[in-house]
Design a protein around this ligand. Structure first.
Ligand SMILES: C[S@@+](CC[C@H](N)C(=O)[O-])C[C@H]1O[C@@H](n2cnc3c(N)ncnc32)[C@H](O)[C@@H]1O
Length: 224
């Protein structure tokens, strides 16, 4: 009897915690904000995501310049194929020349052109994906991104309690890139998430000065 009551109290406490976290995220989203405190704490980054990063790296052609947004522990650099040049970007300065940038900021900088942009575990934290990609997609011919969509993970409360601020279906997400002149040539699964590769239909010359050298980016890099 006593045990049953105890577990009921624990269950209620967990539920209240989830609701509170969800409410905080909704408020932050409403204000157009970002969870700086969470991402400023290195304990918020997990090695459990490294297999996703490894899978993403296999979608990147060798010899390309790669800018990773939300680079976190910068594990991608280790898995990149031969000849790639890596530039990290994050909300927080993670060292090694990180381009510090809040993807929710009103004024986004213009990013140095690279062949490939990577967003691994980041899109869920961006308040306005349409606006972000309208601004940044011009700098890249290939965009590789992971996303947990609302078909796989439908509960709005659970999504917000994770800190996720958007709820796209796979079709809606792909629509954002289609409107900007990309097509999706690969979709893979990683746990309940998907990894997408978007390739510009008419590649632009994004030859990179930024990654410190020549680039193969005058056309879309050869895809495997
Ligand atoms: C879930 S972690 C993923 C880290 C890494 N990409 C990985 O897969 O291991 C999310 C990353 O996105 C960054 N991030 C979160 N919100 C951001 C924002 N508004 N602007 C830029 N980066 C953000 C965090 O600092 C963190 O490094």
């Amino acid at each position: 009897m006593k045990e049953g009551f105890h577990s009921m109290v624990l269950g209620l406490k967990a539920k209240a915690g989830t609701m509170l976290a969800a409410a905080r995220t909704s408020l932050r989203r409403y204000r157009g904000g970002t969870h700086h405190r969470k991402w400023g704490d290195s304990h918020s980054l997990s090695a459990d995501w490294d297999s996703r990063t490894e899978q993403i790296a296999r979608l990147i052609p060798p010899g390309t310049t790669v800018l990773e947004f939300g680079a976190g522990r910068m594990v991608l650099r280790k898995y990149l194929p031969e000849g790639c040049k890596y530039t990290p970007s994050d909300l927080v300065d993670r060292g090694d020349g990180t381009i510090v940038c809040d993807l929710n900021a009103r004024d986004l900088p213009s990013f140095p052109p690279h062949d490939v942009a990577v967003f691994s575990g980041v899109l869920e934290y961006v308040n306005d994906l349409d606006r972000l990609f309208e601004r940044v997609s011009k700098s890249f011919n290939v965009i590789v991104a992971s996303y947990c969509d609302r078909q796989q993970f439908p509960s709005r409360v659970m999504r917000r309690s994770q800190g996720w601020v958007n709820d796209f279906t796979p079709e809606e997400l792909q629509g954002i890139f289609c409107r900007l002149g990309f097509h999706c040539d690969r979709v893979e699964s990683w746990n309940v998430q998907k990894i997408y590769r978007f390739v510009r239909r008419q590649p632009t010359s994004v030859a990179s000065a930024a990654a410190g050298g020549e680039s193969s980016a005058s056309s879309t890099p050869a895809m495997r």
